[in-house]
Design a protein around this ligand. Structure first.
Ligand code: PGA
Length: 253
């Protein structure tokens, strides 16, 4: 069975004590996860250690970084490398979030380098893709997202690709309260899986977890996650609320 994942993306929110309280409140609910279910918290860099300590011993609860740099090491003041994350025992890293693509000019080629570094340092990337509204309006979202996969992922071999979690996040649904309908999500997820099958074969494509992101909430998670090609969610706003995110974790199939 494919891994089903509820991933929280705190973005640049919360003071440290607020983050601690949030994690405490979620963990106190003692939501037990089945072997194929995972809860991941993508927290700001300075909170990684705190979050990792808090969830230690909780089965299938993990921490992720929200980014890493596309160079291995050196004179890049203020940046954080994949190797640093790995040395802190951080298992996952979110790469290519649309906010990074938009505000920090991250290109598909740069993301290919980040994926290489993440994988060679033993991190599992959560690779984000998704189209802006203008592309959706002209109905070329399939080609747009396919290009993102081709240019950032297709140089990876089968063993590497198995470690990658894909998150489809239509930009027009992020932080807008406007969720893609579960049919729209399913349609794109099936397309992504087909694209991956074309390159890596059906068996491998069927093993990949593909998360949906964009205004997932406690009230719509179960419906979205019930789609056959949706393997959970990457959640921004609603992950900052203990009740909401707990509901989302509990909605994992
Ligand atoms: P949202 O963000 O849940 O607030 O729409 C999702 C994301 O950006 O990962």
């Amino acid at each position: 069975m494919r891994k089903k994942i509820a991933a929280a993306n705190w973005k640049m929110n919360l003071r440290k004590e607020q983050g601690e309280q949030l994690l405490t409140a979620i963990l106190q609910k003692n939501i037990s996860l089945k072997p194929h279910q995972f809860a991941i918290f993508a927290v700001p860099f300075p909170y990684l250690e705190m979050a990792n300590e808090k969830i230690s011993g909780k089965i299938n609860y993990s921490v992720a970084a929200q980014n890493c740099y596309h160079k291995a090491a050196g004179a890049f003041t203020g940046e954080v490398s994949a190797e640093m994350l790995s040395s802190m025992h951080i298992p996952y890293v979110v790469l290519g979030h649309s906010e990074r693509r938009e505000y920090f000019a991250e290109s598909n080629a740069m993301l290919a380098e980040k994926l290489n570094l993440a994988l060679s340092n033993g991190l599992q990337p959560i690779f984000c893709c998704g189209e802006p509204l203008s592309i959706r309006e002209e109905n070329s979202q399939n080609e747009y997202v396919e290009k993102q996969l081709r240019e950032s992922l297709f140089h990876l071999d089968a063993e590497q690709i198995k470690k990658v979690i894909i998150a489809y996040e239509p930009i027009w649904a992020i932080g807008t309260g406007k969720t893609a309908s579960s049919e729209q999500a399913q349609e794109m997820h099936a397309h992504l899986r087909k694209v991956m099958a074309g390159k890596y074969g059906t068996d491998l494509a069927n093993e990949l977890s593909v998360l949906y992101g964009g205004s997932v909430k406690g009230s719509n998670a179960a419906e979205i996650f019930s789609q056959p090609d949706v393997d959970g969610g990457l959640v921004g706003g609603a992950s900052l609320n203990a009740e909401e995110f707990s509901q989302i974790i509990s909605a994992l199939p």
